[in-house]
Ligand binder design. Structure first.
Ligand SMILES: C[S@@+](CC[C@H](N)C(=O)[O-])C[C@H]1O[C@@H](n2cnc3c(N)ncnc32)[C@H](O)[C@@H]1O
Length: 488
């Protein structure tokens, strides 16, 4: 019988419990009846449910506008072409920061009722984090960006909300000489950031027309050499409770545009930076070493698990006293939150979902364009069904629940099973024969062309966990050779 604590962890909600939308997802029909400008974007599917077209930038922008107005009392707009945030997704990050600040992991310097001050790195035209943080929690912010369009519209969005405008300062990041030049984009292409599909809000990031972008040299090295990020933007003597960042995820426009059919969003200027998110967040880490206690918490969103692992080890190398991670899962979108501090911990907690017991995962990168998450899910289903295991595919949660006997596993593994007893170690094959492996395989869209496949054992301490790991690796090989352009 799993412990209470473990059960709680296994049932981790995909949306933060404090999130306004955790119990009540946006009601499109109600919003359409209240806001005539939203009404033309709502249609009804055969099952009678109100829907919007997530590939239509105007629809998603209007949804964000009415949600911010209806649920948060915020006036908001962005011009065509700018990254359009999904309100429930962005609220999750705000609430995670709220949890970190409320925790006693590091000392609270000013007691409980102090004014929280945050720094939003790359606030975008949408200025979403400061608007949500200020309106939901009364936090004040410095919000930085470097493109003229982002700075102009972030400022407008702040000024349109006089009740919180004194809480938010928009700060221009100035380019120093060695920075790469920012150029007006020469084409109208937009790039995709997050991919399908947030079941509650529907949740894609959206996009549209031209904007500015880095001029990234073809042979750019992997380190970030763009404009300053924290150092030289934070002023002498300034202190903050936290910084947060939704970084430019991609290294180049080609990577960002892997799947042009998904209208997920943002312009190259918002989504691309030299070295991609790995280099950008590594720069935040480097700046944090210099700025140390000027921030209680440093944090960033991370789009790729492989980058998360790299960044965690970098943080350990540089002596961060605390490293915390979380998963932001909504529908099919999966991202990570990474936070660290250099303050002495009250309780030393180093947590990461990366090495959670009974949970294995791998990334499928470079997926051929004509394949989607559903194809991968169906292959997972047939991979196990063909062995005779019992499989239950759920196309809305993108999961397959599997119960397999050791015979089924034997059939999956072919003659590899002979080696299994060495891997599983302790228990005898007689004992194992009477046991079943019960586990769930979930498929998450990370970004265009990239899926995360996760396997979670129902019984984390199963004596068959070694066997589970063998068949999971086998699954990885099969999916990679079927769906990926090349081995990644
Ligand atoms: C992915 S967008 C995030 C926008 C917004 N925070 C959101 O979550 O929708 C990244 C933003 O970072 C900005 N940016 C890129 N490099 C930056 C830097 N060195 N300093 C500040 N902002 C930067 C881009 O202009 C862009 O607006």
């Amino acid at each position: 019988m799993p412990s209470k604590k473990r059960r709680k962890r296994e049932e981790r909600p995909t949306i933060h419990p404090k999130n306004k939308y955790s119990e009540n997802p946006p009601d499109f029909a109600l919003l359409a009846s209240l806001y005539p400008s939203f009404e033309p974007f709502v249609f009804y599917s055969r099952d009678g449910r109100p829907r919007i077209d997530w590939t239509d930038f105007n629809a998603t922008r209007e949804l964000t506008r009415v949600l911010l107005l209806h649920d948060h009392g915020l006036n908001w707009w962005i011009p065509d072409g700018q990254l359009c945030p999904t309100v429930p997704n962005r609220s999750n990050y705000i609430h995670w920061i709220e949890d970190l600040l409320a925790s006693d992991i590091i000392p609270k310097p000013h007691g409980d009722n102090y004014n929280v001050r945050g720094f939003d790195i790359g606030t975008g035209a949408n200025c979403i984090y400061p608007l949500l943080g200020a309106s939901l929690l009364g936090w004040s912010f410095v919000a930085s960006d470097m493109t003229d369009v982002a700075l102009e519209w972030a400022e407008r969005n702040v000024k349109s909300n006089p009740h919180i405008s004194n809480l938010i300062e928009i700060r221009k990041v100035r380019h120093c000489e060695e920075s790469l030049p920012i150029q007006e984009s020469s084409n109208d292409e937009n790039v995709s950031s997050e991919s399908k599909v947030d079941v509650r809000e529907g949740g894609n990031e959206t996009k549209a027309s031209p904007s500015s972008s880095f001029d990234v040299p073809a042979a750019a090295d992997k380190s970030y050499h763009g404009p300053p990020v924290l150092l030289d933007v934070v002023q002498d003597g300034e202190t903050f409770d936290f910084c947060m960042c939704n970084p430019p995820f991609f290294e180049n426009i080609e990577e960002a545009g892997l799947n042009p059919k998904t209208s997920c969003g943002g312009t190259p200027g918002e989504m691309v930076c030299p070295g991609g998110e790995k280099a950008f967040i590594a720069r935040i880490i480097e700046d944090s070493i210099a700025l140390k206690h000027s921030f209680r918490w440093y944090s960033s969103m991370v789009g790729r698990k492989v980058n998360l692992k790299f960044l965690i080890s970098k943080l350990r190398e540089v002596g961060a006293t605390i490293v915390k991670t979380t998963e932001f899962v909504q529908g099919q979108t999966c991202r990570w939150g990474l936070a660290w501090s250099f303050l002495p911990p009250v309780k030393k907690i180093i947590s990461s979902h990366v090495a959670e017991r009974g949970v294995l995962s791998f990334m499928l990168e470079g997926i051929q364009r004509h394949f989607g998450a559903i194809d991968v899910l169906q292959s997972v289903d047939s991979f196990f069904c063909n062995s005779g295991a019992s499989c239950k595919l759920n196309a809305s949660s993108f999961t397959v629940d599997i119960t397999a006997s050791t015979d089924h596993c034997n059939s999956v593994l072919g003659n590899q099973i002979k080696n299994h007893n060495e891997v599983a170690g302790s228990s005898s094959s007689m004992q194992e024969a009477s046991l079943n492996l019960t586990f769930r395989i979930s498929v998450f869209q990370q970004m265009p062309g990239t899926l995360l496949v996760k396997g979670s054992l129902q019984q984390k301490d199963s004596p068959l966990s070694g066997l589970f790991s063998l068949i999971f690796r086998q699954l990885e090989d099969v999916l990679r050779s079927k769906f990926c352009r090349e081995k990644t």
